[in-house]
Ligand binder design. Structure first.
Ligand SMILES: Cc1cc2nc3c(=O)[nH]c(=O)nc-3n(C[C@H](O)[C@H](O)[C@H](O)COP(=O)(O)OP(=O)(O)OC[C@H]3O[C@@H](n4cnc5c(N)ncnc54)[C@H](O)[C@@H]3O)c2cc1C
Length: 628
């Protein structure tokens, strides 16, 4: 039997990151995917990042994953969302060339030694049960009848498990338009004791851009000074960008859509799976928000060299002719020609309380789940889980300690902790509001938070580490200079007063001027030759360091407060809970707490405290039991 250290099943966003991480760390990896022609497909919108998600892409990059680099190399438009709010909310987003994104990912994967590919469908995992009843992974079996042996398997089946697509009254087996569904795995895992559920997601029609009248649409340009995701020097900010466009639905559009409701798979009950709350279909929006007269629709390019256009906000599974008729009522769309109709897809997932922080399953040693299979939605959510599962599968197969991230270290830590402690009954997507320490978890400092950790376990390169060390050193140097350098009124006032801030009466430290909301680092730098001389040595890190210093100084109080709170919670966080703790016998626990603690088996008090339904009183009972 062929033998690898790790087999990754599925080459979506989770599978690509998992395979790349494990192979880059030194494991021999086989990536098995149903169709090698569609590696790293963006199944829905050709865009990466956005609120809460952009932070995740930056974190993946800081850890040495590829999603950021691949996004940068295929960006057609870049915007920093929420720029008018505080830096904890700034969220990078790119519009991407769909084909270039997939092509670039494949090139990256093919350049990794120890990473092998196979086009086939995995139909079962191979396991071994020892006399004590412990089940361990030994390999996978494929549709072509091949058995492959390995020490760990990462399942990243996405929307493909027993998947059914819906358009109006028509149904087709398949995980994505033009692609088959995957059968067998759900049934086998159920036999091993896993619980599965059903979810649903949907996508809008794609339209021929030549049939759209852009003159009546509102243009949405990219940032004048665009940024990028990757901290590495491998990518540059985009030199040219494409525009997106905005149009709106109207009562006429809504009426046309309503005319197809009697044939809607969502309203007829044919779709049973739970859909994404924050990405509803257009029929769901006009049904739920019946009093809203109009919804915004974003018209987004699919790439540099194609006329295909993505109609963001118009996700639908209504009959094809209803979709087209309603689209043609949108301003600018009277002659719209549809390339591909919208559709919905229902698929199996596994409630994520069945996995540990490492994303290894509790039931089968060496079996990992990552991505949409864990009940999440979105490329970024999938990719970061893939990265963490790939890292941990490698570490485990090497007999090394696992690698996990806490809630005060990364959005990735928040996401995994939410999933494994609270579970999810609807597709889970990330938001900044899910993170209690979002001032610490900013997109600008992801490299400083995570690259050292990743370098230590052998993933982030020495070059990345060197860059972070340099950035930190320059940041400290600049902070010290601003705290020691002073400026007299005759130099400062001419510049600061026109900015709308009060004149100074005596010499003040530059640091105190930077704290004024009306002033930014560029203003302060203009006041001191010494600061200008200092920053001139920072090279390509100059802008980044200046931004870092400005944020650190202006938000120092908030940052410190969150750090203190995180430290206080950390003390409880790490109090371990023994795996054999007899929850059933602790009669002072509520019945709900006993059931949930037994099912979820949290590893620490911190994790237990975040399970929904576990009260502070339950936590006290556990602490007393543990002698604390
Ligand atoms: C129609 C549709 C609409 C969507 N709409 C949205 C949306 O509006 N917003 C949003 O955030 N996200 C949306 N998504 C979800 C987004 O595409 C996923 O979150 C993301 O792609 C999940 O990544 P993944 O790696 O987990 O799985 P996928 O990207 O689905 O990749 C799974 C991979 O596994 C392979 N595979 C599956 N089973 C097997 C097997 N047994 N053997 C071998 N290979 C296998 C597949 O071929 C595929 O390559 C949508 C997805 C679809 C299909």
């Amino acid at each position: 039997m062929e033998q690898y250290d790790i087999v990754v099943v599925g080459a979506g966003h989770a599978g690509c990151e998992a395979a790349a991480a494990a192979a880059n760390m030194g494991s021999s990896v086989l990536l098995i995917t149903m169709n090698m022609g569609v590696i790293a497909q963006m199944s829905c919108n050709p865009a990466m990042g956005g609120v809460g998600k952009g932070q995740i892409v930056r974190e993946i990059d800081a850890l040495g994953g590829y999603s950021g680099i691949v996004s940068d190399l295929s960006t057609v438009q870049f915007r920093m969302l929420n720029k008018s709010k505080g830096p904890a909310m700034w969220s990078p987003r790119s519009q991407n060339d769909r084909q270039l994104f997939a092509h670039t990912w494949r090139q990256k994967l093919e350049s990794i030694p120890h990473l092998h590919f196979r086009q086939d469908t995995v139909t079962a995992v191979l396991v071994d049960r020892d006399p004590s009843g412990k089940t361990r992974i030994t390999g996978v079996k494929t549709g072509l009848g091949t058995a492959v042996g390995c020490r760990a398997v990462v399942l990243t089946n996405g929307t493909f498990l027993s998947a059914v697509m819906h358009i109006g009254e028509k149904q087709f087996g398949g995980g994505r338009a033009g692609e088959k569904a995957a059968y067998g795995i759900t049934e086998q895992l159920a036999e091993l004791g896993f619980v599965s559920g059903r979810m649903k997601t949907g996508t809008p029609p794609r339209v021929d851009g030549r049939s759209i009248d852009y003159s009546v649409l509102e243009e949405q340009k990219g940032d004048e000074q665009p940024g990028k995701f990757s901290f590495s020097v491998e990518t540059q900010v985009p030199k040219r960008q494409l525009s997106c466009w905005i149009t709106h639905t109207s009562a006429e559009v809504h009426d046309t859509l309503r005319s197809g409701f009697d044939r809607s798979p969502m309203f007829s009950g044919r779709i049973q799976g739970q859909g994404p709350r924050y990405c509803p279909s257009i029929e769901d929006k006009i049904n739920r928000f019946a009093d809203k007269e109009s919804h915004q629709i974003f018209v987004e390019p699919e790439g540099w060299n194609t006329v295909e256009t993505y109609i963001n906000g118009f996700s639908t599974s209504l009959p094809e002719e209803v979709q087209t008729a309603a689209l043609r009522k949108l301003p600018g769309f009277a002659n719209a020609q549809v390339f591909r109709p919208g559709y919905a897809v229902e698929y199996d997932y596994f409630p994520p309380t069945q996995v540990k922080h490492t994303l290894e399953t509790k039931l089968v040693e060496g079996l990992y789940f990552a991505g949409q299979i864990n009940g999440t939605t979105g490329y970024e959510e999938a990719a970061c889980q893939g990265l963490m599962a790939g890292i941990n599968a490698h570490l485990k197969s090497e007999g090394k300690e696992s690698f996990t991230l806490a809630r005060d270290q990364a959005y990735i830590g928040v996401l995994i902790d939410d999933l494994i402690t609270k579970g999810t009954e609807e597709p889970y997507r990330m938001f900044t509001s899910r993170a209690e320490f979002r001032i610490l978890l900013r997109q600008d400092n992801a490299d400083q938070r995570l690259t050292p950790l990743s370098h230590q376990i052998g993933l982030a390169s020495a070059a990345r580490m060197h860059r972070v060390e340099q950035k930190s050193r320059y940041t400290n140097d600049l902070c010290s200079a601003l705290r020691t350098e002073s400026v007299p009124p005759e130099t400062a006032n001419a510049l600061i007063v026109p900015r709308g801030t009060e004149a100074i009466k005596q010499k003040v430290k530059l640091h105190s001027l930077l704290l004024r909301p009306q002033l930014g680092f560029a203003d302060i730098e203009a006041l001191s030759q010494k600061i200008t001389d200092l920053t001139s040595h920072f090279g390509h890190l100059r802008e980044e360091v200046a931004q870092q210093v400005e944020i650190q100084m202006k938000y120092e109080g908030y940052i410190q407060k969150e750090r203190d709170l995180a430290e206080r919670l950390l003390r409880l966080e790490h109090v371990p809970l023994p795996a054999d703790l007899p929850y059933e016998q602790l009669s002072s626990l509520s019945i709900e707490a006993r059931q949930k603690l037994r099912n979820i088996q949290p590893q620490t008090i911190g994790q237990a405290s975040r399970i929904s339904g576990i009260s502070p009183a339950d936590i006290s009972v556990l602490l007393v039991y543990l002698g604390r």
